[in-house]
Design a protein. Structure first.
Length: 237
């Protein structure tokens, strides 16, 4: 850790005053429906993380939370510094959390060098978040192909057009790359999966569920793999 700075750190009073007061369980403002009023407890993940994770994601969808499958993916760069960005989760299973990307992108190269990631799902309107941490691996071409077929044609073209994470001179150059790719594949020809594009799976070793509560006395439950079995504990907020 670096030495303490000599110049004073200024606390912005407007930012300091920004605060959401999470309600007590059972209050009207929290009563989206019965499921969302239930207090988070260790028993909720007695059989592992997946069931509750799926339920919370479904709750977010039903509550019209923006981008409910968005997650903040954190990796480590070549200097050992953390870096984060938002990606979309495209699969939840016993195997783990699945997303897709350009394998030449910064995040993919960082994961190749340091194959461990943290992903944070945040649903602020529900006062919930989930943090998934674990080792990562590329999925099979068959899994990638299965997802690729579900992507809109424009997104397929974009995956070919963008040299992800590489510098580009201007927006005009980027748009021209897309036009060139669109001309190459035509208006209705099948677009194959780019050879440098595919899925990455996070195999959870630790999953923490967070539920906002009044007075910052939040509920936190973390489940981890111990001797091949999931074991959960409650954490202080």
């Amino acid at each position: 850790m670096s030495k303490e700075r000599q110049d004073p750190v200024v606390v912005n009073s407007e930012l300091a005053a920004m605060r959401v007061g999470y309600p007590q369980p059972g209050s009207e403002s929290e009563a989206v429906h019965d499921r969302m009023r239930v207090e988070l407890d260790v028993s909720a993940v007695a059989d592992g993380w997946l069931s509750l994770m799926r339920q919370w994601l479904l709750d977010a969808v039903e509550a019209d939370a923006p981008e409910p499958n968005a997650m903040t993916l954190s990796t480590v760069d070549e200097h050992g510094h953390p870096t984060s960005r938002t990606v979309l989760c495209k699969g939840l299973s016993e195997d783990g959390v699945l997303f897709f990307t350009n394998y030449r992108s910064d995040k993919a190269r960082q994961l190749d060098a340091h194959p461990y990631a943290s992903a944070n799902f945040t649903w602020l309107t529900l006062a919930r978040q989930v943090v998934v941490r674990g080792a990562v691996e590329h999925v099979s071409p068959q899994v990638t192909q299965e997802y690729w077929r579900t992507r809109p044609r424009g997104s397929q073209l974009g995956a070919w057009a963008s040299h992800q994470s590489q510098p580009v001179e201007s927006r005009a150059v980027l748009d021209e790359q897309l036009r060139e790719v669109a001309a190459r594949f035509g208006v209705d020809g099948e677009i194959p999966v780019p050879p440098h594009w595919g899925g990455i799976l996070i195999r959870p070793e630790s999953v923490e569920f967070w539920q906002g509560r009044a007075n910052r006395m939040h509920n936190r439950v973390r489940t981890t793999v111990v001797d091949g079995q999931w074991s959960a504990v409650r954490l202080q907020p």
